[in-house]
Every structure is written in structure tokens, then in C-alpha cells.
Design a protein around this ligand. Structure first.
Ligand code: GAL
Length: 817
């Protein structure tokens, strides 16, 4: 690696020095922060009511007498007016997805066959054109405004609303945002009452139309922040930090916008400093004095040289903070902290992906955004929990398919060391799509976890000249906003043409065996598997049963366009030039029910984990080969097959030890060598008892797994993901049904009832792709022995209990921090 010369180092505006300590960076998700003239308030509590897409009166007068857009702030909608009585509306907390609480809508005949059918696509929730009564959602939140706010700038930052959102302030229509995924900002200060009157934000979201062929949820499903700032301030996403890392240090280049939105010229000083991951200030940049005319915005570039940067990596998630202060007239008038990481990324067409100069195979999964119980309204702690489940399998990369992720997920990836592909939703170069793209890149470009901008996925124009034109435009746009990361596109055919010729790094959806030929024809272009696998499997099931829409969980079942886990991974594992692969999918997701598209299949069965994040058996295949240094053996199926005595059962072992020995009731059934990146199989005549696999390395037993024939359900075991959490936060609690000897009963389907003191169950699930039990409930049947509840803490301590008729109950206590 080159080093910086003395001249380059001295040219930087600031040199590293050890100094005082900066306040810790704002924790994402914090309800209220304030510094300088700025305050940020997270709007968590809203009132909610369904509207109506076809009935004006049930839609709170929206559209009455055609006058919605006739006069500013008058006649727009009853529910938009500050004095509207919303006391009968539900109290909800954002993130909120109203679709997950809707009933399921069995299709009328004939049943939906087409996998793009909109009802099936959205998991048969009663939403969309056929259900105008469920497709509009109204939200209201009062905000506190005082005389002291007069003259300040107030704006709302929405991270994502599904979809077609109209934002009202005190009856005024102040913004309209089509995209269900792109963030947007709404200035509101002109519309407020500063003299003690009520001030109400109203949002009408229209989820009649979808953007995807998968479940998308509905409503304000990501965070909303109310920001107050001086007219002289740093606008949203106002700082970009780029780093150039060489052998003797890192040059940090900052570009910070300062806006004078007032009506008189001002003199200001921009003062910036860099804080190390410890919080200690490691560089102070020279003050920059500036004069700004009324309405003027300037971008100020500065540099600092850090001689011993702490790099961000998967193991050491070192996060720096750029603190930008704007001073005027001797006062601090604005302050913004922007988090970033110092790291290098390279996609090499011969050697794959490199992070900080070291090769890292992208062990990825592609995921949609929903989870059992809560749909797309994912609380921050659940985002982190989902990342952790994938990491426990050895995964280090996530493709946010087919839309940009929530900021909360990106924060989790930065903090936990998960690489991310951010994908745009609409692959077009029209003005609206370009605006969405710009907002996504501007929002996400300081996140060290982000390694690629994906322009799109399998568009009908992917292999065409027109597709190439559109994507050349998008690529240029992305590179203007962020020259530091490559663009990509996920293609499923025609890689040698169209968009394949345009993007920097090319993604292959399935057809992993075609990558080799392509690489030979285009050795200059880096490649990876943007969708790999993918098997379909029902957790804990071991025989296909089309009548029940059940798919066996051996690594054998997949649609015609896909492969098994073993087939794709054996191709990618041994070819360094393939940067890695993203399994379709990490988690089962609602909608696009595959392989059974008919009701009551409400989710896909592609996941390595189910919709609750409970691992299916393939999880252990990946864990074995993606964490090769940790000896593992995993046996399937379970060993409770009453009535099948003497019948040959197909037994598999996933694992990574040199040899595996199988024993039934203490008797050896032989030892086999485990072929690299594959699995082992036996046929074992069923006899109740204990099936045991022992993994050996160099003759020593280093891993072990057993399956025992269990008795009937006897008791429950409740386990929370954390023993302590903050009020307002959620914990994820998993239930296992046990027999009298404490062994998980693999087929148990008991109805479980949750009760909580000091908190609320906000959703339940069991991972059954064919279950149409309600998600927003406090009871759920177990599915193959497991179920899950997501519990929000009100205050502490929180006692969570699960009970079921005839079974011993279980409880867990969470301490509120
Ligand atoms: C791909 C597509 C995904 C999903 C998947 C199902 O072609 O990109 O969104 O539909 O197929 O196998």
C-alpha cells in the first residue's frame, strides 16, 4: 500500500492529537437529543385509524366536494385539522405496520395460481384494491410548539412510509411522497401555531397499490424525527466523510453543508472535530469563517490526517464521529454529529472482495424486511436480533432486497459488523426515481457497512439497450454522490448485454454455474451471486406433503430456477474471483408464497431461518462451512416417529469435522468421512431411543449432536433474548414445548397464551408458513415445538409468562434499565 508523503500530510488541515473528550455520539433510537440550537425528537406515539379508499366520509372527508387541493389549509380533510377529536383512535407506536394486524383474505375462486398475484404476493392480507376499507391509514401526532420556536426551522424526517404518504400540518398539505421506501424531509415551520394553539401532524398513507411482489406492510413503519434548528444550520445529511487509508495513516476529507435559511446575511464559523471510537477527540479542524447571504448554502471541504486510524472491520467496529458546529455571534447555533468508519473496500475481478486489504468472502443472505408478529414495523432491537441470528450462522453480508433498508438496520450493521448492499426500489431514470436514489445515497453514504449500491433486480429491460441507457444514467448519478463505492445490478439472464455491460460489479441471481463462463468472457468485471440457492423447506418437517403445503427440510427441494445450498456453495467456495453469494433468503418472508402459492400459504419457504428466525436444518449446513474453525455436527431429522418402527429413515448430518460416527441406542452405525462443503447420509431403520452423531477431527471427538424420542408435551420453556432492556424497547421471547424429561417435543402444536405485567405483547409468531392465526395477539399455537412473542416494555420489572392447558407454565423476568 502507498504511504502519504510529508507534503500530503501537512496539507491536511488538521493533525491528530490527543485531546479532550467529545460527548458520546447520539445513540440511534434515542427519543430526544439536543445540542446548540438543535433538538431532535423522535415521534413515537401516534393515534391511528383506518380510512377508506372508496368512501370520502369514512376517509375523514378527504376528497369531499373535490376541494382537497382547493385552498391551502382549508377543507383538506377533517382528520387533518388540529381540533379534530381523535380520542377514539387507537394508540400506536411507530414503527407501525397496520397490514400485519389485518385479517387474512382467502381468495374467492379460482385460487390464485400466479405468483405475482397481488393477494398472494402480499401474503393474503386483506389489503389492496379489493379491500378499500383496509388500504388507507391515518396517523395523528400532536407536537409541542412554543413562542420560543418562532423563527426557528422545524422539519420532519421520515425514514420510510408505506406508501403514497400525504403529510398535513394543521390542515395544510405540506408534502406528498410516493415511495414506500425512500426517506423524505418535510419543512413545517410556516404552518405552526406559536401562540399556544394545538399543532398536529397528520399522515395519510395509501397502501392500495404495491411496489413489490412480496409483503410490504403498510403505514409509518420506520422512525420519524422532528428536528428544530436555527435558520443558520447544517441541513439533513449535510456531512459527507471520505477516507483515504494508506500505510502510514488515513486522510479524512469532510464536506459539510451550511445553510442560511434566514432572510438576512450572516457571518458564521464552522468548527469541526473528529472523535475516535473511545469518544476522545483525535483531531480538531481549523475554524472556517464564512459569510452567507440570505438563502445561501455552502459546502465546506476540510481534511484531517490520522496517523494511527482504528479501522472499521467485521471484528472491530470502530466508529468515529465528525462533530460539526456552527457558531455565529459568539454562540453555538447548530451542532450535528455524523458517524463514520475508516476502512477500504475493493472488488477485484480476479481475487474477490477485500476489506482493509484482506480477502473477505461475502457470506451473504438477501432479505426482505418483515418479521413474524410485527410485519415491517420492526423495532430497533429486533433489527439487531435479526442481524445476530445471521451472524451466528457465520454470515457477514446482507442484501437489502429489493429496496433500501431502514436506517436502524444500517446502524445495527455498522455496530455489529455486517456488510450491506443497499438496493434502490425503482430502476428508472425519471425524475422521481432519481430523487429517491439521491435521497438513499445521501442518507446512507457515511455507513461503513455499505459496500455496494444496487441499482435494481431482474428488470424486464435488464438485457436491453434501453436498460443499459437508464442504468448508465443512474450509475453516473450514484458516482457523483458517492465515488467511493461500486454499483451493481442483480440479473437473472442476459449478463453479457444490457445492464451487465454498465454496472461495476455484476450480480448473478441463481445460475451460479454460469458465472465461470461469464468470468472467462469478461475477466475485468468483478462478479458475485446476488441470489443463490435457494431451497424451500418447512422448519422441522421431513416429508413433502403437497396437500398441507409442507416441504421437507433436507437440502434437496428448490424451484426450477434455483439450486440446493450445497450446489451453489461448492461452486463459489473454491473460486476466489467470485466475491461471494447472497442466499435467497436468510429469513422466510411473508408473501410470494413459494413453492405453494395457494391459500393458506402466506409466506415463502426460502428462508434458512423461518419468519420468527428459528433455524431450519440448512442453517447448520451454512454454519458448518461458514464457520469452519468451530467444529460442528448437526443431525436431522428428529427421532420421534411413533408407528414407523423398523422403517428406514433418511438421516443426514451437516457438519465440518473430518469424520462423523452415527450411533443408535449406543450401537455404532459406522463412521464416514465428511466431504468438504457437503453432508453425510444414512438410512437408519427406526427404533425409538437415542440417535447420536459424533464429529471427529484427527481421531478426537470434537462435536456432538443427539436426537431422542420424546414423550408427550409436559411443560414450557420461555427464553428472552435479553435479561435487561429499556422501557419502550422490545425483547424477543422464544417458547419451546418440552416433554417430562425436558426434551424439546419436535411436533408439539399446543396453544400457548402469553401474559405480561409491565409490558405488552406486540406480536406473536410460530414460523408456520401456512398459519393464518392472528399476528397481533397474545396467544399462538406452537409449530413443531416452537413459538415466539415480541414484548414491549412499559416499565420494570417486566414479568412474561407463557401457559398452555395441561402443561407446566414458564416465566421470565426482564429488568428495565
Ligand atoms: C427472484 C427475485 C426474488 C424472488 C425470487 C424467488 O427471481 O429476484 O425477488 O422473487 O426470485 O425465487
Amino acid at each position: 500500500m502507498d504511504a502519504f508523503t510529508r507534503r500530503e500530510v501537512m496539507g491536511a488541515g488538521a493533525l491528530a492529537f490527543a485531546g479532550s473528550s467529545l460527548l458520546t455520539a447520539p445513540a440511534p433510537g434515542e427519543a430526544q437529543q439536543s445540542a446548540g440550537g438543535r433538538s431532535i425528537e423522535r415521534l413515537v406515539h401516534w393515534r391511528f385509524h383506518l380510512g377508506h379508499a372508496a368512501d370520502v366520509e369514512q376517509d375523514f372527508g378527504f376528497g369531499r366536494d373535490q376541494r382537497t387541493f382547493a385552498k391551502a389549509g382549508w377543507g383538506t380533510a377533517d382528520a387533518a385539522m388540529p381540533k379534530f377529536d381523535d380520542s377514539g383512535w387507537a394508540e400506536v407506536q411507530v414503527p407501525h405496520d397496520w397490514a400485519v394486524g389485518l385479517p387474512f383474505a382467502p381468495p374467492s375462486s379460482p385460487p390464485a395460481k400466479d405468483r405475482a398475484d397481488s393477494m398472494a404476493a402480499h401474503g393474503f392480507k386483506a389489503i389492496g384494491r379489493a379491500h378499500p376499507e383496509n388500504s388507507i391509514g391515518w396517523y395523528r401526532a400532536p407536537i409541542r410548539v412554543s413562542a420560543a420556536d418562532k423563527g426557528r426551522r422545524l422539519w420532519l424526517e421520515f425514514d420510510g412510509v408505506f406508501r403514497d404518504a400525504i403529510v398535513f400540518v394543521n390542515g395544510y398539505i405540506v408534502a406528498r411522497n410516493q415511495s414506500g421506501y425512500a426517506p423524505f424531509r418535510v419543512g413545517i415551520d410556516d404552518f405552526l401555531d406559536y401562540d399556544g394553539g394545538p399543532n398536529v401532524i397528520t399522515v395519510r398513507a395509501d397502501a392500495t397499490l404495491g411496489e413489490g411482489w412480496f409483503y410490504e406492510g403498510a403505514g409509518i413503519y420506520r422512525h420519524v424525527d422532528l428536528v428544530r434548528a436555527d435558520p443558520l444550520h447544517i441541513p439533513q445529511w449535510g456531512s459527507v466523510i471520505r477516507t483515504d487509508v494508506r500505510a502510514n495513516g488515513a486522510l479524512v476529507t469532510t464536506a459539510t453543508d451550511v445553510l442560511n435559511s434566514g432572510d438576512a446575511p450572516v457571518s458564521a464559523v464552522l468548527r469541526q472535530s473528529l472523535a475516535a471510537p473511545s469518544g476522545a477527540i483525535v483531531a480538531t479542524l481549523p475554524d472556517v469563517a464564512l459569510q452567507l447571504a440570505a438563502g445561501e448554502q455552502r459546502t465546506l471541504e476540510q481534511q484531517a490526517f490520522l496517523a494511527a486510524p482504528q479501522l472499521w472491520s467485521l471484528d472491530a467496529r470502530n466508529l468515529y464521529v465528525l462533530r460539526s458546529e456552527v457558531h455565529s455571534g459568539g454562540n453555538l447555533v447548530d451542532q450535528v454529529d455524523t458517524r463514520f468508519g475508516i476502512r477500504t473496500i475493493v472488488f477485484d475481478s480476479q481475487r474477490g472482495f477485500f476489506l482493509n486489504g484482506r480477502p473477505v468472502k461475502l457470506l451473504g443472505t438477501a432479505n426482505h424486511q418483515d418479521h413474524a408478529g410485527v410485519g415491517t414495523g420492526i423495532p430497533d432491537a429486533l433489527h439487531r436480533w435479526r442481524v445476530a441470528q445471521l451472524q451466528s450462522m457465520g454470515s457477514n453480508a446482507w442484501r437489502s432486497a429489493h429496496n433500501p433498508p431502514a436506517t436502524a438496520l444500517l446502524d445495527a450493521c455498522d455496530e455489529m459488523g455486517m456488510l450491506m448492499i443497499v438496493e434502490q426500489r425503482i430502476n428508472s431514470s425519471d425524475e422521481e426515481a432519481q430523487s429517491e436514489l439521491a435521497r438513499i445515497v445521501r442518507r446512507d453514504r457515511n455507513h461503513p457497512s455499505v459496500i455496494l449500491w444496487s441499482l435494481g433486480n431482474e428488470e424486464p429491460h435488464q438485457a436491453s439497450e434501453r436498460g443499459a441507457r437508464i442504468n448508465a444514467e443512474l450509475k453516473a448519478h450514484v458516482h457523483r454522490l458517492d465515488p467511493t463505492r461500486p454499483t451493481t445490478f442483480a440479473m437473472d439472464q442476459g449478463w453479457d448485454t444490457g445492464i451487465g455491460r454498465v454496472v461495476d460489479v455484476l450480480g448473478f441471481n441463481y445460475r451460479t454455474d454460469k458465472i465461470e463462463g461469464y468470468h472467462q468472457r469478461h475477466p475485468e468485471q468483478p462478479v458475485y451471486g446476488s441470489e443463490t440457492g435457494s431451497t424451500v423447506a418447512t422448519r422441522g418437517e421431513y416429508a413433502n406433503d403437497p396437500a398441507r403445503h409442507i416441504v421437507r427440510a433436507y437440502d434437496t427441494e428448490h424451484p426450477w430456477w434455483a439450486t440446493t445450498a450445497e450446489e451453489w456453495w461448492t461452486i463459489v467456495a473454491d473460486r476466489p474471483y467470485i466475491a461471494g453469494g447472497f442466499v435467497w433468503t436468510g429469513f422466510d418472508y411473508r408473501g410470494e408464497p413459494t413453492p405453494y402459492a395457494e391459500f393458506p400459504s402466506i409466506s415463502s419457504q426460502f428462508g434458512i431461518l423461518d419468519t420468527c428466525g428459528f433455524p431450519k436444518d440448512n442453517y447448520y449446513y451454512y454454519r458448518a462451512w461458514w464457520r469452519p474453525d468451530e467444529p460442528l455436527v448437526h443431525l436431522l431429522p428428529h427421532w420421534t416417529w411413533p408407528g414407523r418402527e423398523g422403517e428406514a429413515i433418511e438421516v443426514w448430518a451437516h457438519g465440518n469435522t473430518e469424520e462423523v460416527e452415527l450411533k443408535l441406542n449406543g450401537r455404532s452405525l459406522g463412521r464416514k468421512s465428511m466431504p468438504r462443503n457437503r453432508h453425510l447420509e444414512w438410512r437408519v431403520p427406526y427404533a425409538p431411543g437415542r440417535l447420536e452423531a459424533i464429529g471427529f477431527d484427527r481421531g478426537r471427538a470434537v462435536a456432538h449432536d443427539t436426537r431422542e424420542t420424546t414423550g408427550p408435551p409436559h411443560s414450557l420453556s420461555l427464553v428472552a433474548d435479553r435479561r435487561m432492556a429499556r422501557p419502550g424497547d422490545v425483547v424477543i421471547v422464544n417458547v419451546t414445548v418440552l416433554d417430562a424429561r425436558g426434551r424439546p417435543v419436535p411436533t408439539a402444536d399446543n396453544l400457548l397464551r402469553f401474559s405480561v405485567s409491565g409490558g405488552t405483547v406486540i406480536g406473536v409468531g410460530n414460523g408456520n408458513p401456512n398459519s393464518i392465526e392472528p399476528d397481533v395477539a397474545s396467544q399462538r399455537k406452537a409449530f413443531n415445538g416452537l413459538a415466539q412473542a415480541i414484548v414491549r416494555l412499559a416499565h420494570g420489572p417486566v414479568d412474561i409468562r407463557v401457559a398452555s392447558d395441561g402443561l407446566a407454565s414458564s416465566r421470565v423476568r426482564i429488568i428495565a434499565l
